[in-house]
Design a protein. Sequence first.
Length: 185
Amino acid sequence: MKEIIRKRKSIRKYSTEPLDTAKLEWIQEQIAAVKPLYPNIRYRVEIVSKTKGLFNVKAPHYLIFSSEEMDGYCENIGFIGQQLDLALSENGIGTCWLVASKSIENEKTALSYVIAMSFGTPNEPLHRELSQFKRKPLSAISEGEDQRLELARLAPSAVNSQNWFFAADGGKIHCYRKKSIRLRG
């Protein structure tokens, strides 16, 4: 997993061709296999073909993440979504988190929309070299020593804002975030 973290990137240009049935079935299996951070929080991940939104990316498919709203639900969806993001990227499928996009398909659910992710066959390089990441230096977002901090530094971040701070302390990592405007939040 470390290797895919070190080269994954957000894909914003996709082939318009939908993925074949076998790949979509494999993605459904991945959705069923994810491990939530908080198993007690009800959530749903569904595949749709259309979304609308301020920063929408044109793709053949989208994952829509919904959840019951309770303490930890956003972290839970992020944990679930990143498992899918890395699995798809590792298997040749491009992805991009979409903060301000929603499904336009008529869904009725008791769960609240959280975030979307585009996916499909990329029309641009799927991966990048470590030197191509546009990220803050580790010293600007953390203190203390822990090899996991470098992987956290490479995590996707809205407009690469990296509005987080990590403090390594005896094998534990304390995570903090700066409040930011809603689209980057």
